[in-house]
Design a protein around this ligand. Sequence first.
Ligand code: SF4
Length: 913
Amino acid sequence: MVGTLALPALHASHAGTWLRDGGSTRGCSKGEAVTAAADTPLLLLNAPLVATRLGYPDLSGLDLLELFAFVHPARFAVPTPKGLAHALGIAEPTSDDDVPLFLQAAAGRLIEMCESDDWPEREGAWSSLQSLVRLRWPWAQVLLPHVRKPERAERWLFARLPEWEEAPERAQPSHVLIEEEEVEARLARLTGEGAERREGQRRYAREAGSVFAPRAKRGVPHVLLAQAGTGIGKTLGYLAPAHLWSERSGGTVWVSTFTKNLQRQLRRESGRAWPPARGDGSRPVVVRKGRENYLCLLNLEDALQGGFGGRAAILAQLVARWTAFSQDGDMVGGDLPGWLGTLFRKRGIAALTDQRGECVYAGCPHYRKCFIEHAARASAQADLVIANHALVMVNAARGRDHAQRPTRIVFDEGHHVFEAADSTFAAALTGAEAIELRRWIVGPEKQSRGRRRGLAARLADVASYDEAGGKAIEAALAAAQALPSDGWLQRLVEGTPYGPVEALLGGVRATTYARDESGGQEAGYGIETEAAGLDGPVVELAAQAASALAAIRAPLQRLGGRLEAILADPPDWLDAQGRARIEGARHSLTWRCDLLAAWEALLDRLGGPGDPEFVDWLAVERSDTREFDVGLHRHWLDPMKPFARVVLEPAHGVMVTSATLKDGPDWDAAIARSGAAHIEVAPRLAEAESPFDYASKAEVLIVTDIQRGDIPALAGAYGRIVEACGGGVLGLFTAIRRLRAVHGRIADRLARSGLPLYSQHVDPIDTGTLVDIFRDDPAASLLGTDALRDGVDVPGHSLRCVVMEQVPWPRPTILHRARRAAGGGSAYDDRIIRARLAQAFGRLIRSKDDSGHFLVLSPAFPSRLLGAFPAGTPVLRVTLDEALQRLAERRCEGDPPRIDGDGQAAKGTTETT
Ligand code: SF4
């Protein structure tokens, strides 16, 4: 029997508000709930979400999620009553009015755990609780009587974490030939005895093997573009030759993904080929992410010792609990619950990572335990490194260690390589970026708290040993005063910029507003203008800012030279740790010098003709009418050009694979977007069709009677679609304001029918957690922007209908206009739209038992876009009523949609794809 915690409890959903007090639960008004919460701390689940539902942002109380994070750090739980019930192994509430009683039971279960001898996460809890008492964490006094003091004093968290071991450098891989039959045999071994022989997968695996052949010519890698329809089994298809090659050659294969879902899947599937650990304890498979994903222990220590105040200090304590039990210290998509950060409503999680490259490497007291260093060392010894596109590109462009740069790479979700390259190789001279550089050089100023240290403090020993180095640091510090400082945006708005870079940003802001053509319609969203035909005074400001930047770069370069000299002729005091620190500093300096040079190049061209290789523009970034950044941007017209030079050319074998690489039967765009042409490689092309029977499992409905811009009709359509399907709807929008308008009109009504509707940009929940909630509840539906489509991998009944509010036209940004002009005009747009439709459609059928509908609410849907859908998929143009009828029929039958023998549905027009 689970004991309950007899404290008053509150639950609020879109369907209503329920309060439990004095042994009974009753529905109440929002006002009553707010008053009750102000009088006494109430038990509740996800305070920010309840606060949004009540329209009372200051709500606080005893949040079960915070208690869960304390009792079971590093454990997964979907942050809903049902999810918490599953995580705790207790009965889930069956209706909204059951929830308050459930909250009491769940709190009771968690507190019981604290008393139990079998509490797996007991270590460190008592000490942490003492700190939480001092911080007045609402749960602290409730827990105190239940968490016993350990008999022996507990070790300080940082003493308990394991250290990484130094390992000898790995030898270069041998050049081996792997035969097609061997690849097939390895695939058969990985898929297992008795697994169905899938010809498409075997052919795909043989093709994948081709990228592991020895390279014939320097700078000319093997490049394979492989389209693999959903359900082919592509992951094992490329892991089979990768496993074989790494076993024979002793080399490392990198698999790069775009989404965390695929990373998780790869981690799972690689377990068929590699054991979790080798005989010597090292790991053959390592997930590696950008350093900004990992907890920085030095930042955490600082936060625990007073660097964070108020609620953020409580967050730091809960993160410290997690640190002791985390697998790998990954705070973004790892085992830290995605919802933890949003409970504290500030950027606390980001402040605990190493966002700004201010790591002091071997100068850090936690260097030997650092999660980032652990991951980097483990990946150097791994057979398989699972990473993401951005990291692979950054590592190739400016990795610290040449020997660790990837040479055999599989880019899965390859349709995203272009956009990852686009952001990796772009430059932005904005206020936010420039102030980061200032902080990196100067360190903390005025009232700013924290452990951040400037260049002088990080290299104090160099400054005292090497006079020229010391002078270079002083000069850099003086020159960096030209960069924006705290309050820069306010000064820009008030027209009182300080220093040459702020003055330039002031000119950029004024020009962007002066040229704005949106007539205020786009208030709340970013605005931009071409960096062409600029006024003389702005050009003059750009020239002054460029010389100020050059004046920062020069001493930084001199300092880099001095560090090189110290490393070449090391003084006696320079031990291995000091050396590692100076190498780290030199690496960071090179990166900053490159950044400054890129900014200068961008400014230099403002007065003259543009460089046809680049697209440059000025922008003011805004969100909800608030400006948050101002600056100049430069993107490559074709970012695959630097990609080819930095990633392809040094590699030996590269495979780019995806379910949506080609455009219909056409490979041209895929080849162009691989970058192969820039190094004169003709890529090998392969295709494996999906084994799914789309003709009987899926149906595309183009709804023709919802007019564009008619928000009430759009909201009404969404509401009726969700009702007809009984939930399980993923709604994709191209504009946040339409998404919010639709959600606001239908969420309450649907919730009252037991159909919860969650939404990006409305619910204060991170996107990964929203998808977890959606997956966990077949009655739930989820709305999001178009960008959500890639993060949703929900096989089975939870996703049975995808709705696009309109044809996903590309936004006509300056960058898009330039690429459109260079890429064939409207044909370029069509390719983008087809790719988006194909990716969105791909969410629907994830396994052979899935079935469902794909709806586009658009009276004008050109037939030329139908090539986006897999061959044979039935497409009908119907009215909303007809569409609803088809959805409801399928729901009653629980069967896949049926098309009459002649391909005609009950009404409407059928087209084939
Ligand atoms: S080594 Fe760098 S990233 Fe790691 S804990 Fe220390 S400062 Fe943070």
